[in-house]
Every structure is written in structure tokens, then in C-alpha cells.
Design a protein. Structure first.
Length: 501
């Protein structure tokens, strides 16, 4: 039977709830805005509170006989060629953990690209899974990591034939994508499932000029953040399943273990509405976004001192397989300013907020929510930045290591290092010690230091100089990075399998 994508079960249930005038004596305690603080109501509007109802006993009845959420998930699965879809109101940080737990357990191995998000490392800490790190494709000139190749996963499986599966991040926040079909084939020759962290790829299924997405490429589980490149609300995430290597009931159980028992109907509604929008108009909307991004890219390239990273920069032998043009990543090396300094100037002086920031780049993502007016404001602000750059105080230099200098040996399981006996040591005495915490430049959120890694001087200099230059580090126990939490000497615990060679 053909799915009816004009339906939006969650949104329709919210309409019914209001129309029927139900009087609730359940949470949430604001009681349809009546009890909410007046100033909060003035800022947020009452519609937010009207849509904030219980999922069970609100959107649906006590026994969920209306199958509101189930029908919405089935429609989402149909829209993106999956067999099963699960909604999450805790972001892809939860979804990717659920996927990991469905594939491997404590002290079992999982092949993971070392360019994984910090949520993946959190999953390792919580689960006790043993990571086998697979090297990304490092661009030493741009100081940028692209997804690992299928050949790297082949070598990793050969060295670790007992690995339960693999996890790869594609596309990256910079827009670089992997050859997912080839990676999936490597996994499936061994009947091992492939998890794709596709948090930045919610839009990919809806236009043929975008990179292939995980389900169409043969992946088993795909995790997607609808709030990133889609039009869902923050924390709106879905994870999709295909094939028979991971039982859907098992994946659902793992998600239930981590998820909230009080999911937000507002976030569900955002997921449901986005699916309908894309199923009915996705190709048109994505086509418009691609045209606008092409115009923005061409215009930025004309600004002195700026270069837009494009397919030629990212793709080719030893680099990325595919390229998404919607994250407009601008190299500022010609301006002589860091991305940190540029982003701060744009926000303060032109009220323009950049997404990605690093030692030489800023990223401005274009979505179907943009138009020529927003693009014009962005371009005007960038031109102003170019004019202002010579007068800006120079930022401290970030000491970015070589690709080899960024890698540190994993000598203890992340869980053992994180939960074992620890102490804080001064930064200048931390080299050679085993890290007991994550340290993550954010965004994009790829940890430079993982629990269980033996700290090396080049990475410590990179983080210290980055912090001085304006890098945001949200997770170290000492935000000023005067000290680092390390494992007490002699108690490193059980060592994991080494990263793939």
C-alpha cells in the first residue's frame, strides 16, 4: 500500500487534543500555558505550551491504541527508504549510543573512524565497548579530516576479525562524505553491520545532486539529526534500520534503555512535519537551496582574502569520496585571521552567526530555510569582515600538529580510564600520562583527547594555543586548561586493541 505523505499523525493528534478541549490532570504542570510564568508566555507564545502534552495519555490514549507515534515513524521510514524508523527527542547523541549498543557490548570490538563525534566516545564510556580506531583521510595541507576509506576498514577487519561491526561519520560537518557503498560491502562480507552517523545528512535523500545517503548505500543503521540540516526542532533525531543484521526489537530496547520516559510532543511534531514537507516538496526545496548555495559560493570567492572550499579541495585520491555544497566552508587564510576571531567579529558587528569555526575557517550552512535576502545579508557581512580584517588585533597562532602528531595511542579502554582512579596534573606535566577525560574543540565536536589515550606534547600545545586563540572547549574538568585529569599512574587497567594500522 502506498503511504499517504499528506498525513502528519502527530500534528493531527495535537489538533484533535485542542479541538476536543481535553482537561488534563497530568503533567506537564503548566496546564496548557495557564500556569506558565507570564514573561515566559510573552517570549515563547502560548502555542508552545499548547503543543506540550504527554505522548501517552495526551497525543494518544493510555494504551496508545491510536498508534500516533508508530504511524509517524512508519511514514518517516517510507520517505527515506528504511524498513524501520525510531524517533528520538534526545538528539543524535542518544541515537548513536543506541545504535552502538545494538551492535556491540562490553569488551566487544567496534571499528570506529577516529573523526567520530564526542557522543560516540560517550557511548564507549557508558558501554565498555572496545574501540578499534580507523584512521580518517587526513589532509595535511588543510589540516582537515575526511572519512576513512573502505580500504582502511578492510585492513581493520583483517587485523580484528572479531569486531562486531563498524561505525563511520558521513558526511562530516565540513560536507565531505565517504564511499558508503564500498564500506558497507566490506562489512557485509563478514555479516557485520555498518552504523552511519549521518547527523549532518538529513537532507540527502531528497535531491539527486546530493551525496548518496546511508540507507540507499546499504548501511544497516543510520542516525540523522533533523534539527541540523532539516527543519525539525533542536534535539529532534531519528535512527533508521534496514536489513536483518540488527533485529529491530533489539535496537528499540537499547534506545529505551537510554531515552527519556517523558518525550517532547513538540519535538515529535517537528519530526513529523519535516517528513511531510520533504516527502511532498523535498526535491523542490533542496533544489532551491543548492542553487542559492552555488550563488553564495561564487560571490564569496570574489571577496579578497576568502576562498570557499569546494569539491576540488575535498575530493580526490586519498581524500573524500563525495561533497555536499550546502555547508559553505570559507577559508580565511588569505585574510590573516582565525575563524574564531572572524566569527566573534561577525556576531558582534553584523549580528551574523557562523556555525563552524576553527583556526583558519568559518562555516555558514545554507538550508532550504534561506533565501536571497538572508544570503545577501551574509555576503554583505563577509565583505565588511574582509575590509575590517587588516585592523583586527592578530589572534595568537594555533599550533596545529601534523596528522601523525594528532594521533595518540589508546592504552586503556575509555570506560576504564574515565571511571578509574584519577588525579589532576598541570598541563606542562601531562605528556606521557593517560587521559581520563575528553577534550573537544567545538564545533564540530570531534575530541582531540579521549579517555585512555596517552597524552602527547603536540596535542597539548594545540589545545593550549587553540584556547588562547578563542577555541571553545566545553568538556575539560578545568575550563582554563591549567590542569588535565589523568589516570593515576599504574592503574590504567585493561588495554584495548590498537587502532587499525
Amino acid at each position: 500500500m502506498t503511504a499517504d505523505h499528506t498525513c502528519a499523525p502527530v500534528l493531527e493528534a495535537l489538533v484533535d487534543y485542542r479541538r476536543e478541549g481535553r482537561l488534563s490532570f497530568t503533567p506537564p504542570g503548566h496546564k496548557q500555558a495557564r500556569g506558565a510564568d507570564p514573561e515566559v508566555r510573552e517570549v515563547l507564545g502560548d502555542a508552545v505550551f499548547y503543543g506540550d502534552v504527554l505522548a501517552t495519555g495526551g497525543l494518544d490514549d493510555r494504551l496508545t491504541r491510536g498508534r500516533v507515534l508508530q504511524r509517524a515513524q512508519e511514514l518517516m521510514a517510507d520517505a527515506v527508504h528504511a524498513q524501520h524508523t525510531f524517533f528520538s527527542t534526545c538528539g543524535s547523541s542518544l541515537s548513536v549510543k543506541a545504535a552502538m549498543l545494538a551492535v556491540a557490548g562490553p569488551h566487544e570490538k567496534l571499528l570506529i573512524g577516529r573523526d567520530a563525534h564526542k557522543s560516540v566516545v560517550s557511548g564507549l564510556i557508558l558501554s565498555g565497548i572496545e574501540p578499534v580506531w580507523v584512521e580518517p583521510r587526513w589532509d595535511a595541507w588543510l589540516h582537515l579530516a575526511h572519512p576513512p576509506s573502505a580500504e582502511e576498514f578492510e585492513r581493520a577487519f583483517a587485523a580484528h576479525p572479531d569486531a562486531k561491526g563498524a561505525l563511520i561519520t558521513s558526511p562530516t560537518p565540513y560536507g565531505a562524505s565517504a564511499d558508503l557503498r564500498a564500506v558497507a560491502e566490506v562489512c557485509h562480507r563478514r555479516s557485520a553491520p555498518l552504523i552511519v552517523d549521518e547527523a549532518w545528512g538529513a537532507h540527502l535523500p531528497f535531491h539527486p545532486d546530493l551525496p548518496s545517503w546511508a540507507m540507499d548505500a546499504g548501511a544497516d543503521i543510520c542516525v540523522t539529526s533533523i534539527h541540523k540540516m532539516g527543519s525539525g526542532l533542536e534535539q529532534g533525531s531519528v535512527f533508521h534500520l534496514r536489513g536483518d543484521l540488527v533485529p529491530p526489537k533489539l535496537l528499540g530496547m537499547r534506545a529505551d534503555l537510554l531515552g527519556t520516559t517523558s518525550p517532547s510532543a513538540l519535538i515529535f511534531a517537528g519530526l513529523d512535519g519535516w517528513r511531510r514537507q520533504m516527502a511532498l516538496r523535498g526535491r523542490e526545496l533542496m533544489g532551491g537551496a543548492l542553487e542559492l548555495a552555488a550563488e553564495v559560493r561564487a560571490a564569496v570567492e570574489e571577496i579578497d582574502g576568502m576562498h570557499v572550499n569546494d569539491r576540488e579541495d575535498f575530493c580526490g585520491p586519498g581524500r573524500a569520496h563525495g561533497f555536499d555544497p550546502l555547508p559553505v566552508v570559507i577559508d580565511l587564510d588569505g585574510l590573516g585571521v582565525t575563524g574564531f576571531r572572524a566569527a566573534d567579529w561577525l556576531r558582534e558587528h553584523r549580528s551574523v552567526v557562523a556555525h563552524l569555526t576553527d583556526h583558519r575557517r568559518i562555516g555558514m550552512q545554507i538550508t532550504h530555510g534561506d533565501d536571497r535576502e538572508t544570503a545577501g545579508e551574509l555576503l554583505a557581512a563577509l565583505k565588511d569582515l574582509a575590509r575590517a580584517a587588516p585592523g583586527l588585533d592578530p589572534a595568537p597562532r594555533v599550533e596545529v600538529p601534523s596528522p601523525a602528531g594528532l594521533r595518540m595511542p589508546q592504552v586503556a579502554l575509555p570506560r576504564d580510564a574515565f571511571f578509574g582512579p584519577t588525579e589532576d596534573v598541570p598541563l606542562d606535566r601531562a605528556a606521557g600520562r593517560v587521559a581520563a577525560e575528553m577534550i573537544t574543540p567545538y564545533p564540530p565536536g570531534i575530541p582531540a583527547v579521549l579517555p585512555g589515550e596517552r597524552l602527547a606534547e603536540p596535542v597539548l600545545r594545540y589545545l593550549r594555543s587553540g584556547l588562547d586563540a578563542g577555541m571553545y572547549l566545553p568538556d575539560p574538568s578545568d575550563p582554563a586548561l591549567r590542569t588535565i585529569r589523568v589516570v593515576v599512574a599504574g592503574s590504567e587497567g585493561r588495554g584495548p586493541g590498537r587502532h587499525a594500522e
